[in-house]
Design a protein around this ligand. Structure first.
Ligand code: NAP
Ligand code: G4F
Length: 327
């Protein structure tokens, strides 16, 4: 039985990755931070097979202890402060967790494995946010990075540190440059879930408008359940490498709104949407569209869920939750 350690197990991707690895027969360990994290209850209920360890990306010794306790074959570093808007208000903290936390995870792994450098395979959750003010369309593994937020800058640090540990110490350390991926498990602070939840509440007569920022921004949106499979595939390769994971399509927030409202039978959606300056960003990433040719060629990975299906499944899930009063 293979063993895996996941940081960020209480997040969206931690949920789908845990499910995937459990379905493959892995022994899964999840790192949870804080002395009384409210998400532990959800984790225990939904994924009771996951063994919970405590620790924090800012505390290297806690990571070493988690590695010693789990003795994993694969270490997935998904933990981060991941909300871009928040990163301007908390730039130093974001740099510590999302940037230096990667170094801490790599260093803890190096301490744990000692001379047996091939003992643990490492995955870093890099991001298309690193492309920022895009220097090429579409973006691939070789596109120049130009981050536009403290979050993006921190991710660039973690990305290059992962490559550096691979090149310096021969670690099997791979970096997945994942474009936006969503699901009904997405946090409500992100635009897709904010919309799906609002649409469900508006349809139920519980809310009368939604306030948003820049609805012309374009993203390459995929389904999180598809994307965790790409993470796993990266760690099954003989050689570690970096891969873009994307759908190779781009859509605006406006298009997301149209399909989401249409799903609940509302066609005059613009009368429910208000622009609020507080949701505009100091520097915007206007357009993201990936080129996942390498992932397709080398990993045999392709997305299965297309954009309209993704929007529909998110809206349907929130309609159901509103009906059951579970949100
Ligand atoms: P998410 O839902 O925001 O989850 C983030 C996870 O990080 C949570 O489990 C959180 O724990 C944990 N965390 C935060 N601070 C930590 C700390 N100091 N020490 C340890 N863990 C900490 O994010 P996600 O969407 O699942 O994304 C997973 C990873 O992929 C993140 O690194 C994100 O930046 C990256 N990424 C995401 C996307 C995307 O579109 N989803 C795209 C590219 C890259 P709590 O629950 O306790 O807060
Ligand atoms: O949903 P978002 O907050 O996601 P963003 O900034 O693209 O970041 C996500 O994807 C990254 C991968 O590229 C990840 F690395 C990162 O961790 C995160 O998962 O915003 C998407 C777009 C932006 O252009 C934003 O300005 O939607 C626009 N937007 C417009 N109104 C809004 C809103 N975003 C949010 N969160 N809230 C709004 O009201």
């Amino acid at each position: 039985m293979k063993r895996a350690l996941i940081t960020g197990v209480t997040g969206q991707d931690g949920y789908y990755l845990s499910k995937l690895l459990l379905s493959k027969g892995y022994d899964v360990f999840g790192l949870v931070r804080g002395q009384n994290n409210p998400k532990i209850e959800f984790l225990r209920r939904e994924l009771p097979e996951v063994k919970i360890l405590t620790g924090d990306l800012m505390d290297t010794s806690s990571l070493v202890r988690a590695l010693n306790a789990s003795d994993p074959d694969e270490f997935y570093n998904l933990g981060a402060i991941s909300f871009v808007a928040y990163s301007w208000e908390n730039a130093s903290l974001t740099s510590d967790v999302t940037g230096k936390g990667v170094l801490n995870a790599l260093e803890a792994t190096r301490i744990h494995v000692g001379d047996d450098i091939a003992k643990v395979r490492f995955y870093q959750a890099s991001s298309s946010e690193m492309f920022g003010k895009v220097q090429h369309v579409p973006q691939s593994e070789t596109t120049l990075l130009w981050p536009r937020s403290p979050y993006g800058v921190a991710k660039v640090f973690g990305h290059y540190m992962t490559i550096n540990y691979r090149e310096s110490y021969g670690m099997h350390a791979s970096s997945g440059i994942l474009f936006n991926h969503e699901s009904p498990m997405r946090g409500p602070e992100f635009v897709t879930r904010k919309i799906s939840l609002a649409v469900a509440r508006i349809a139920a007569g519980l809310q009368d408008k939604i306030s948003l920022g820049n609805i012309e921004a374009k993203r390459d949106w995929g389904f999180a359940g598809d994307y965790v499979d790409a993470m796993w595939r990266m760690l099954q390769q003989d050689e570690a490498d970096d891969y873009v994971v994307s759908t190779n399509e781009t859509h605006s927030v406006r298009e997301f709104l149209e399909i989401a409202f249409d799903r609940v039978g509302i066609s005059d959606w613009e009368s429910y949407v208000y622009q609020d300056p507080q949701f505009f960003r100091p520097a915007e990433v206007d357009l993201l569209i990936g080129d996942a040719t390498k992932a397709k060629r080398q990993l045999g990975w392709e997305p299965k869920v297309d954009f309209p299906t993704l929007v529909t499944l998110m809206v349907d899930a929130d309609v159901e939750r509103v009906r059951n009063k579970s949100v």
